[in-house]
Design a protein around this ligand. Structure first.
Ligand SMILES: [Zn+2]
Length: 362
């Protein structure tokens, strides 16, 4: 058996995943299931009021479970290190880190959990990107984005009641991040065809199917409707899972993400990750259609418009010149990840035509 097993990939999947109204109530049961005695609660200043306080109360009610609560103000490795130093002198070991908040809090929670060898329980208060379930933590250091591998959650408690009250801009961003998977997997296929990269259709399907489902309902998309909100959250969690299963961000990050990373590196605009990626998706889908005749950039753009997410550079504070510069810069980001940018090496003029035709920048 051992001989055969070496040819399979062993992956760690979360055991408890809940996406519904009132999911927070499930936390005491988790404490019992994992026999949690000492836990760390990480939350943000705002998210403490929204959900952190409630989680704290639920833990408090569980006699026998000690906890320490930290309010994360800035998401960085330094913050994670400070927390790790503070808990070092405490009683025994911690069994779990409960991250209650948005991407920033969860990123710190992933690192602290990983370094203290504790279980990670993700309790997201918004759904702005697929980081709510992925093992990757993203930080900004000296103004530049970095991404490091940390812990994957053993449980994800997504309370739809809380998520529904999160800023709608963040939900729109989450949708941008989710539909980018459609074009990112096309990039992956290019890697498979042109440079003989590995491929896994199961992972690719997990990445793209939720986006396809939402896109089918483009006409009526509205994240105030819990039916669509649940689909969005499910999709983002599956996106994180796809990263976890494949081992890298390949199934959810290609050329559209390179464009977003370029904007981050250059410090242009004021878009969120999902807004930048959403616009990047329109651009790269157009390019795929232009070079290989596959895709439907108009439908993707239409769906973004439908939920009132930005579809033009101007809406995220970027000029046409800056968008062009970012696209040229994107070609130099992580060249080992094969995408349409490596396959076609589009010129500045090619990008300019794309920006004009798609209406991203005129
Ligand atoms: Zn992303």
């Amino acid at each position: 058996m051992a001989m055969i097993l070496k040819h399979f990939k062993q992956i760690l999947l979360p055991v408890d995943v809940r996406i519904h109204k009132g999911a927070t109530k499930y936390i005491p049961k988790l404490v019992r299931r994992y026999d949690l005695r000492n836990v760390i609660i990480l939350t943000g200043p705002k998210t403490y009021r929204i959900a952190g306080k409630r989680v704290e109360e639920l833990i408090k009610e569980n006699n026998g479970c000690n906890y320490r609560l930290f309010i994360v103000k800035t998401a960085s490795r330094v913050t994670a290190r400070k927390i790790e130093q503070e808990i070092r002198g405490d009683f025994g070991e911690y069994d779990a880190v409960l991250g209650v908040g948005g991407g920033k809090v969860l990123d710190v929670a992933k690192v602290v959990a990983s370094h203290s060898n504790a279980l990670l329980i993700s309790i997201p208060t918004n759904a702005a990107h697929d980081g709510i379930a992925s093992p990757l933590a993203s930080f900004k250091e000296k103004g530049l984005p970095i991404s490091i591998k940390a812990s994957s959650p053993v449980a994800i408690i997504a309370d739809v009641e809380i998520l529904r009250k999160s800023p709608v801009r963040l939900l729109r961003s989450g949708y941008g991040d989710l539909i980018s998977n459609l074009v990112e997997v096309k990039d992956w296929m290019l890697g498979v065809e042109k440079i003989d990269e590995d491929y896994d259709e199961i992972v690719a399907s997990i990445s793209t199917m939720p986006a396809m489902l939402l896109l089918k309902s483009a006409d009526e998309l509205d994240f105030r409707d819990s039916k669509y909100l649940k689909l969005l959250v499910r999709g983002l969690i599956l996106g994180g899972l796809a990263i976890n299963m494949y081992g890298t961000s390949r199934p959810v990050s290609g050329s559209a993400h390179k464009f977003s990373h370029a904007l981050d590196y250059l410090g242009y605009g004021r878009g969120t990750h999902g807004e930048q990626v959403g616009i990047g998706t329109i651009i790269m889908e157009y390019m795929h259609q232009h070079y290989y005749g596959e895709g439907d950039w108009e439908l993707l753009k239409y769906s973004l418009e439908k939920i009132l997410a930005p579809t033009t550079a101007r809406e995220i504070g970027i000029t046409k010149k800056q968008a062009l510069e970012a696209l040229m810069y994107a070609k130099n980001i992580r060249k080992s990840r094969y995408t349409i940018l490596e396959d076609q090496n589009p010129s500045k003029r090619d990008f300019e035509i794309c920006l004009e035709k798609t209406g991203v920048a005129r």
